[in-house]
Design a protein around this ligand. Structure first.
Ligand code: SF4
Length: 335
């Protein structure tokens, strides 16, 4: 199996004149300063020393809106990265940007610099949500940009958020379905958090915005994740990167933050599988239950903090989980 490694270069709010209600990039990132050319090269070199030579490596420009910079400024960063592609040390470049910062000139330039993946911060494809969130673009802008990106042969990523102002679980599912129809290969799902010094913080304190509870966010992400999986879309991330300011609460005002958010979502997927399998196999003997799953799934099946094991212990005297290499995917055997 191919092993992919990403070298992240974080460019916070570089050239971004917008203030989405939830966003304060300087608060959620660990690296609030914009790296210059020398620092960018140093970051790449540092990562290359630690990544195994057989791994497939990508340089990823995250944060802010890469293509919102002038072409000259974009090229300052791309020109640092392209020699690594020419030498074969790096396989491709990926970047994230806004849907309204995509033009033919921009795409031509990115193509000539070894960029293969473009991720758009779509966040929602519902007009009312986009407006209430102050995104400054429409759902049509997202669909138009997605189509252009694909027509130039790039792989498309579309990121989405849940729990935004005016959002509902139904609207989030519709957004996910539109992401699928737009031909995205990748997605990221971010629950909305109330970060310090944002418009959302004011709305929250005024009682005009209520974030999702952790349980609601986990449950919505579970449904979205299963939908994306069904359509073969790779989920690159579920939940925000746990930066120091979020972990120690310094930058976090409210919202469904958890350091192991992804694990909570996968644990819930597994709880559903176990409950449904138990209903199927009509296991009435309450003394003992033995569950076998694929080795890669064992921790999720047991559940975050053994939550699924504890859940089963309410009905069974003895609960055991076993990793079985003859089982693949989310297969399960219950005895
Ligand atoms: S476009 Fe991106 S970087 Fe700019 S304010 Fe919105 S979320 Fe933040």
């Amino acid at each position: 199996m191919k092993q992919y490694y990403t070298i992240p270069i974080f460019i916070p709010e570089k050239a971004c004149p917008f203030r989405c209600t939830y966003c304060n990039q300087y608060k959620i990132a660990d690296t609030p300063t914009v790296p210059d050319a020398i620092q960018t090269k140093t970051i790449i070199e540092k990562y290359l020393k630690t990544i195994p030579s057989y791994g497939i490596k990508r340089i990823a420009f995250f944060g802010g809106s890469f293509t919102g910079m002038s072409i000259e400024e974009q090229n300052k960063y791309l020109d640092i990265a392209t020699p690594y592609i020419d030498s074969g040390e790096i396989s491709s470049i990926q970047l994230s940007t806004r849907p309204d910062y995509i033009t033919e000139d921009i795409l031509e330039n990115l193509k000539g610099h070894g960029v293969k993946i473009i991720e758009l911060g779509a966040q929602s494809l519902d007009e009312a949500v986009l407006k209430a969130t102050g995104r400054g673009h429409t759902a049509y802008d997202i669909e138009r940009a997605a189509e252009m990106i694909r027509s130039y042969g790039f792989s498309l990523g579309l990121q989405m958020m849940i729990g935004l102002p005016e959002d509902t679980p139904k609207k989030s599912m519709e957004t996910a379905n539109k992401i699928i129809r737009a031909g995205a290969k990748y997605t990221r799902i971010y629950p909305t958090l109330v970060i310090k010094d944002t418009v959302l913080e004011k709305l929250f304190h005024q009682g005009k915005y209520t974030p999702l509870s952790l349980a609601e966010a986990v449950s919505q992400c579970k449904d979205l994740l299963l939908l994306f999986e069904k359509h073969g879309i790779e989920i690159l991330r579920t939940g925000l990167h746990p930066s120091e300011g979020l972990i120690n609460g310094e930058n976090l005002v409210a919202g469904p933050f958890h350091v192991s958010f992804k694990e909570l979502v996968y644990s819930e997927i597994w709880r559903d599988i176990i409950i449904s399998k138990l209903a199927d196999c009509d296991k009435t003997d309450s003394r003992e239950i033995n569950i076998s799953v694929a080795p890669s799934e064992i921790n999720y099946a047991i559940g975050y903090g053994s939550s699924n094991r504890e859940f089963l212990k309410r009905s069974y005297n003895k609960v055991s989980f076993k990793a079985d290499s003859s089982i693949s995917g989310r297969g399960i055997t219950i005895r």
